[in-house]
Each structure stands twice: as structure tokens, then as C-alpha cells.
Ligand binder design. Sequence first.
Ligand code: AMP
Ligand code: GLY
Length: 438
Amino acid sequence: MKVLVIGPGGREHAIVRSLLADPNVSEVHAAPGNAGISKLVPTHAIDGNDPDSVAALATKLGVDLVVVGPEAPLAAGVADAVRAAGIPVFGPSKAAAQLEASKAFAKQVMAEAGVPTAMARVASNAEEAADALDTFGAPYVVKDDGLAAGKGVVVTNNRDEALAHAQSCFDVGGSVVIEEFLDGPEVSVFVLCDGRNTVALSPAQDFKRIFDNDEGPNTGGMGAYTPLEWAPEGMVQEVIDRVAQPTVNEMARRGTPFVGVLFVGLALTSRGTRVIEFNVRFGDPETQAVLARLRTPLGSLLMAAAKGELDKAEELRWSKDTAVAVVVASENYPDTPRTGDRIRGLKKVDELDGVHVIHAGTKLDDEGKVVSAGGRVLAVVALGTDLVEARERAYDGVELVQLEGGQFRTDIGRKAARGEIKVSSSATGSLPVTKTKA
Ligand code: AMP
Ligand code: GLY
């Protein structure tokens, strides 16, 4: 099987790495890729967000499967163009990608499908925003309705700050979704979907804020670990039964079947499990950790999803190890990241036992040296027999990375390793139905 992977980031590097370990995969290509990906497979300098360019490249290469990594190409209709060219694709259509591209659309689908989520209101002007903020009270949650690379959400106790964020979205012609605040630990569950069937991967936890102890602004994600020893039994089954399968059924009923990864961002709140958000692609950096443990050949699995045959796929097999991914970001991320700096020490990281580097915002300069080219530069991924060992190994690796101004969190997986994560007893098993359809 010949596969083309679309995207420039860490998630795509992790996907390429896993595809290369699948005995059924004979050849992998990537576009546009990054410095790490280009060391593994041929890369193609096309605009990965342009549907026609991707379909043309896939046709020229004669690939059997296209895997689309990020949300932007999906929202732009890349999967539709590839499907129209007669090539199986892992990734939802433009219409189905609205589950991520519009938070208001996602809320509608959740309501129709009876999926438990935060109460929410859409606001398009200051008056509506103020009214919604006062309805739900503090802490205030204000979300840009459109795609914002994980950075369009403000959670604050300061009403003026909440209003200012809403206003900044209105100023550029947008709208916002204002929600009730959800307490409790957050979990990411990736559910493979083939339009009808659903298969959940092992859950992970992501760290969204830039600084230790969840301080500072939101980022795309500064680290992750998996599996979650502390997660309530039955959590994944509940996600399938109450969230993923009803959503996939609803999308099929609407005539816009969902094929790809439904990324369910959950909060295990004191009032039960609630969906915080849907994304329509693998999470980054969770994928770097999750795929490090997956033993089932990835290419065959993604092909089964693309062809509507997940019901025939083999049961997933996982390493017993725990995986941790720690992101190294550039100076000034998530604001205006500094780029173009040499990155040294990566070979030494790869030599460590159970540790590897996944590139994100990197490129090769004119001399063929690896330099930073984005906000999140790379992730050090480590496997260990438990979370304590995996963390130690990951941070041993991070210490070897030399990047001027580089920043990383020192507490990825720390609370879980110390047994400090508490889940309320009502967090699962007592889901209220938000709305049922006759
Ligand atoms: P989103 O882009 O919707 O995933 O939001 C980004 C982050 O904001 C989430 O991972 C949460 O940490 C936080 N967040 C979003 N919605 C809520 C909510 N209703 N209550 C509490 N925190 C939230
Ligand atoms: N790590 C969260 C995301 O990919 O959106």
C-alpha cells in the first residue's frame, strides 16, 4: 500500500513514523512535511491546503490512500477533492469538518444527537455577549466560533476580559459561543470513524496552557501522556455509546457521513461527563504519545476507515508501556514565535533508551541543518514501564535539546504520576440527556 500524508506538523511526523512500521505499507510520501519527515520519506512542496493540488499529487504518485492531518485542509475541502479523484482518504469532507470549523454547528449536532455538553449560546454582538455571560456567570468561557488553532478560547473570571475577547471576534466579522464553565480533569479520546462504525483509541491527556500548573495563555498543546491510569472504568465505552456513535449516526442521517478521527475533548465534571469540543483530526501532541503505544498496523486501520470497513478491522493492540510527549516550543510562543534558530542535540536524544524525537515546526536551512520554523518546534516522546519512568526518560531527552529561547513545561504528567488527579464519583455513569429527538 502506498500512502500520502498531508500536513506539516508533529502529528504528521508521528503518523508517517507509524505507517513506516506497518508491513502492508510499501511507500509513504508527505506534503509539505518538515525536517523530521523529510529524513524518513520523500516530501513534496505543494500547498497542502489546496484541494486541487493535493488531488493532483495523489493521482500523480498513484497512492492507494491519502491521510489528511490538520483541520485547515479538511475545512478547505481537501478530502472531497481526493475522493472525487477516486482515491480513498482518511479525513472528513468539508461538510463533516464543520464539526470542528464551527463551534455553533458542533453544538447543534450535539443537541440533535443527545450528546452531553456545556450549555451554550451563540452571540454576534456585545449586547448578546453580555447577556450570555451574565446568564452563565463566572468563570466565563468565550470561544471564537471559527478555526483558531486551539487559541480562540478565553476562560477567565474577569468579565471585562471576556467581553473584550468577544468584541475582538465581532470586530473581524465573527461570532462567539459563550458557555457554562466545566470543572474536572480533561481527556482526549480519538475515535476512528468510517461513516458508520466507530473504534476508540486509548485516551490521552493534553496540557493546553503554556506554563507549568496550567498558567498562561492557551496553546495548541504543550505535552501529553497516555494511557490514563486514573480514568474511570467504562469511560471509553461511554464515549462511544453516548458521544461518538450518536454523532456519527447524526452526521450520516444528515447526508454528510463522518470519515476520519472524531477527536472528543471531554471534561469529567462533578455533574458527569461533558464534551468540551469536537475536532475532526488527530490531536497534536496527543498523537505523538498515542501512536507510540499502538501495535496494530496503522496503515491498514486507516484504510479500513477510509473504505467503510472498520467493522472488519482487527481488534486494537497496545504496548503495556506508558508514553509521554513533551513539546519544546520557540521563544515567545504562543504569541509571535521566534524562528530560524539552529536546533542541536537531537541525535543524542534518539540514542536514549525508549526515546525519540518528533519534529513539528522545523525545516532544513540552506546548509541542510535543522532550524526552528514554527511555534511548537518538536516533541520528545518516551516510553516507560510506568508514567514515572516515561516522564524521566522524556525529560532526560528534553535536557539534551539545544534551542535558544526554547520553552517547555516541566509538569507534563506530573499530577497523574503523583496520584493527584481526582475524578468525582458522578463523573461517569450518570449522564443526563441534554435533548432527545423523537
Ligand atoms: P476548545 O478549543 O473548545 O478545546 O477549548 C480550549 C480549552 O479551553 C479547553 O481544552 C479547556 O481547557 C478550555 N475550555 C473550553 N471550554 C470550556 C468550558 N466550557 N469550561 C471550562 N474550560 C473550557
Ligand atoms: N492538542 C489538542 C489539539 O490538537 O487540538
